[in-house]
Design a protein around this ligand. Sequence first.
Ligand code: GLN
Length: 360
Amino acid sequence: MDKNVKIIFQDGLEIEGKSFGAYTSAAGEIVFNTAMVGYNESLTDPSYKGQIMVMTFPIVGNYGVPDEKAMINEIEAWVESNKIQVTGLVVSYYSDDYSHWNAIQKLGDWLKANNIPGVYGVDTRAITKKLREEGSTLAKIVADEDIEFYDPNTDNLVDQVSIKEVKRYNEGADIKIALIDCGVKNNIIRCFVNRGVEVIRIPWDYDYSTLEFDGLFISNGPGDPEMCVATINHLKQSLQEDKPIFGICLGNQLVSLAAGASTFKLKYGHRSHNQPVQLAGTKKCFITSQNHGFAVDDSKLPAGFKTFFSNLNDGTCEGIRHESKPIFTVQFHPEATGGPVDTEYLFDEFISEVKKYKNA
Ligand SMILES: NC(=O)CC[C@H](N)C(=O)O
């Protein structure tokens, strides 16, 4: 019989569930994800660092866990980074009995190996309703010992997940993209590598002023964008230059901050695979994969920038675009994994801008 554990919210609410994964206590920001699949990808997405993820899909674990060490082109083949990044996982029904062509282990065993607690047997939809009504909050999973609440947004989480040294993929390719790694998802690197460009992956605070490259990319990443002061300062300089710039999620927020816009915390964030966005000035709508808690305030964008996409659920900004330079950023995840690939064409648009710049 699995042991009992408690989820304790900052307002004092306690919910009892059963333990799977590591039997240990953990504290963080509790967030809900309404995606129906993709737990392996979400758990290893560095943007979830410091967060306890509640999955609303009622059965989790039934397709197991792939070999997280398998590599293709020096990139983990089946997961989004080299470890589990969430602080804890909360599900309704945990399925121990898995079946999938590339599964090699149980979700509970993988969590255990990473010392991450899982809770099952709780009403995840009730938790979601609470978070939607009252807004995002802190919580802790309490197993063997009670611990303090912890607010991850007060720490520089990007520094914890960013690469420590420069790493090149597809070295020698004609087009070179400098990728500022704020906690990059592997599928972003795959999307570039699959398009035949060289990726120069640099740490979040790396001074790239003397690096040779043709286009600049800023990745997704965890926490409050205002923590990334070094990146924002480097971007202020890049915005004065002519190289094409593309940013995703945290990358969108950092470029916006560098341009002079502001960001704010959403009431409960967007975490799912079915977020509808509209391309500004058109009737085109795309379904996107998202995972963010902050957003850019596009009611007062700096001169030269306009809204690129808007969210059709709540009207928030889903990206900005420069009016004359090849600079555009999106709040959603065009690389998906998990989620729909409707907007992957943005990688092609960016690379085509980079080629134009290089051949000009
Ligand atoms: N996926 C991301 O890059 C998330 C960006 C930022 N940490 C947020 O929560 O809004």
